[in-house]
Design a protein around this ligand. Structure first.
Ligand code: HEC
Length: 140
């Protein structure tokens, strides 16, 4: 009995990890700065990632629009959001993000320079983004 109860408590604690951040994950406070620091150099007008995919992290709106082909965030479901596949490095190595530039294109120099200032996101940052998407990817 006690075992079951202890398990339940652990379960509840796991479920409320977000509460540790003071309630909700905030797009402005928790998500936007991470994207600006690690994606914006390539994913805003003039950047190579934007040129090739159409994906820009400039504003909440452009982020939600996704690439020139499709949205990459499915509000409420991080598991079906392409963005999480790329960030968790579950996609093909060549398309995981932030991009590691291979010396294949004329744009290589530009891309290599930009990628120097980006880094793979930490587990903490990935958890925040996941939570934010699962809670509806709000403009909060
Ligand atoms: C050094 C440049 C660079 C950085 C930094 C970078 N990207 Fe990219 N990104 C690219 C390029 C180039 C492409 C075009 C497709 C490809 O070559 O993989 C791309 C494509 C994408 C796509 C579209 C994939 C598709 O399905 O078409 C998404 C989404 C994306 N990046 C997200 C991000 C996020 C989020 C970050 C920050 C964590 C980031 N990228 C950082 C260069 C970059």
């Amino acid at each position: 009995m006690i075992g079951t109860r202890a398990l339940a408590v652990v379960w509840i604690m796991l479920g409320s990890v977000v509460a540790a951040y003071g309630g909700e994950v905030s797009f402005q406070k928790d998500i936007y700065p991470v994207l600006q620091a690690n994606c914006a150099l390539c994913h805003s007008p003039g950047g190579i990632g934007y040129a090739q995919s159409g994906f820009s992290v400039e504003t909440y709106q452009t982020l939600m629009e996704g690439t020139k082909y499709a949205a990459v965030i499915n509000p409420g479901s991080s598991i079906s959001s392409n963005l999480m596949w790329l960030l968790d490095h579950r996609a093909h190595a060549s398309i995981n993000m932030p991009k590691v530039c291979e010396q294949v294109s004329r744009e290589f120099q530009k891309c290599a320079l930009a990628s120097q200032s980006a880094r793979w996101l930490s587990q903490h940052e990935l958890t925040l983004i996941k939570e934010w998407v699962d809670r509806g990817a709000k403009d909060n």
